[in-house]
Design a protein around this ligand. Structure first.
Ligand code: G3H
Length: 503
């Protein structure tokens, strides 16, 4: 159970502690932040409201710990990460329980998130020992005007302190996707979990604590964004920010100093369906892509752009599948569970009302009970409706009927977002042309958008983000190249076998 057994030390009364200097601590603020269960809409957990002074201390410890961590052999860093991964998987049940209670993630998906996170940490450890163990060797005479008098040796060095800010929808997986690359590359890190998802994240951090990482290397500060949000992102001790979330990331990028940023800020992933597509395959992928975790994924299918000639048939197939989705509490592992907050539900309802007023065809009746919104397919959506462009982050999916492929590509590219997209056709040549024309970081051919497997590159264009994620890219992003150049007094050329006589 959450907060019991090995996790008992992270709880003080009914308030979870924060983690700094290798210890679980109570904030001197004496204040707590309540976490509302999306299903019951009552307070489920409480976390410490950390102060700016406590953030300062965490930053100082992170800076000091990083210096000796950078001197820790790579194989040893990897060993500790493997240990943390195993502990994380061993405790998947209590962590999954937190995900169910704080973010209403369906029970099985919650377990999958923890197991996937353990796998990600292990993969990162393995990838790190390979790619960080290699550098480059360059010679000077390949550039005009130079003789071979300079040998350049390059290696990847840590950046320092990484600030990791994951979102509510994957508070464990999208935290470890920042923590593991940071650590294997020799960085320390300060984690600021989302308020909803914070208790899951604190349990995950305790697994790293149990693995035995040095004091101060990892900190996890909780609290109000208004109190410590800007303070963290503008903190002079931060050497890199890895953020996943909404358009707050745009504000962060404007305020952050001259440091590397890794940002993933959502998407309006289009699903383009051509006339020759396998409509059963499309319908299954629309259900999986549009409605899993109630549409609260950056990579969810968020608009279907279907050729008019097959639109009726596709809509019927999707309607039939929606009718089979189970709707209810996450504890029962329902397909559709309450969205994360009342304000989120209200926002989604606003998009639905706007579509209704402007004449969209409702394939189901709109139904809401508290934060629970029944799955809804909106047909005949037009570009003047908000739902055609905005990200509902809920189980509501618009269908726009198109008369040409160009129309579909145009709608996709007119979006401010550019995370992923997908195209369904049996003609792979057409699919490649469409993929090249779509202004998104990834295009999936004949499958719904998805970030995983977690070692694949993951990046957004336009307002969807900065930089690229995925295990290898994140490790590289959290390092800098350092060169050492050996200058020789005279040119030196290796002659190979040319000087050797067989006789
Ligand atoms: O919500 C944003 C995530 O990066 C999406 O991940 O495709 O595994 O659901 P996912």
């Amino acid at each position: 159970m959450a907060g019991t057994g090995v996790f008992a030390e992270i709880l003080d009364g009914d308030v979870y502690k924060y983690y700094a200097d290798g210890e679980w601590k109570k904030s001197s603020s004496g204040k707590a932040v309540a976490i509302i269960n999306p299903t019951t809409r009552k307070t489920q957990y409480k976390v410490q409201a950390c102060t700016q002074e406590e953030v300062n201390k965490a930053m100082e410890s992170a800076k000091a710990a990083q210096k000796s961590w950078a001197k820790t052999p790579l194989w040893k860093r990897a060993e500790l990460l493997h240990k943390a991964a195993a502990i994380l998987k061993e405790h998947k049940a209590p962590i999954a329980e937190c995900l169910v209670k704080e973010i209403a993630k369906p029970a099985k998906d919650a377990v999958t998130e923890v197991v996937r996170s353990g796998d990600l940490v292990s993969y990162t450890a393995e990838e790190g020992v390979r790619i960080l163990g290699e550098g480059k060797f360059l010679v000077s005479d390949s550039f005009p005007g130079n003789e071979r008098t300079k040998y350049c040796l390059t290696s990847k060095i840590p950046l320092g302190v990484i600030l990791a800010i994951p979102p509510f929808n994957y508070p464990v997986n999208l935290a470890v996707s920042k923590i593991a690359p940071a650590l294997i590359a020799g960085n320390s890190l300060v984690l600021k979990p989302p308020t909803q998802g914070a208790v899951s994240a604190l349990h995950m951090v305790h697994c790293f604590h149990l693995a035995g990482f040095p004091k101060g290397l990892i900190s996890c500060v909780t609290g109000k964004g208004s109190e410590i949000g800007d303070f963290l992102t503008m903190h002079p001790g931060v050497n890199c920010i890895s953020f996943t979330g909404g358009d707050t990331g745009i504000a962060i990028s404007k305020k952050a100093g001259m440091i590397p940023l890794q940002m993933e800020l959502g998407g309006k992933d289009a699903c383009i369906v051509l006339e020759d597509a396998d409509l059963d395959l499309v319908a299954s992928n629309i259900i999986k892509g549009g409605f899993s975790y109630s549409g609260q994924r950056c990579t969810a299918v968020k608009v279907v752009l279907v050729m008019e000639s097959v639109a009726d048939a596709l809509v019927e197939k999707v309607k039939a599948k929606i009718a089979k989705l189970t709707v209810g509490p996450p504890e029962d592992d329902c397909d559709i569970t309450p969205v994360v907050s009342e304000s989120s539900a209200n926002f989604i309802e606003g998009l639905v009302k706007d579509a209704k007023e402007k004449g969209a065809t409702f394939c189901q009746d709109y139904k809401r009970d508290g934060n629970l919104i029944w799955p809804l397919l909106l047909d005949d959506v037009r570009p003047d409706m908000r739902i055609a462009w905005e990200e509902p982050f809920g189980p509501v999916l618009p269908v726009i009927r198109i008369n040409s492929i160009e129309e579909g590509i145009h709608h996709c590219n007119a979006s401010n977002f550019g995370l992923q997209g997908c195209v369904f056709t049996k003609d792979v040549n057409k699919a490649i042309l469409i993929s090249d024309a779509m202004e998104t970081g990834t295009v999936q051919i004949n499958s719904a958008p998805a970030r995983g497997p977690d070692h694949f590159p993951f990046q957004g264009l336009k307002d969807s983000g900065i930089g690229s994620q995925g295990v290898t890219n994140s490790i590289n992003m959290m390092t800098k190249i350092k060169s050492t150049v050996i200058n020789l007094p005279t040119p030196s050329y290796t002659l190979g076998n040319g000087g050797h006589s067989k006789l």
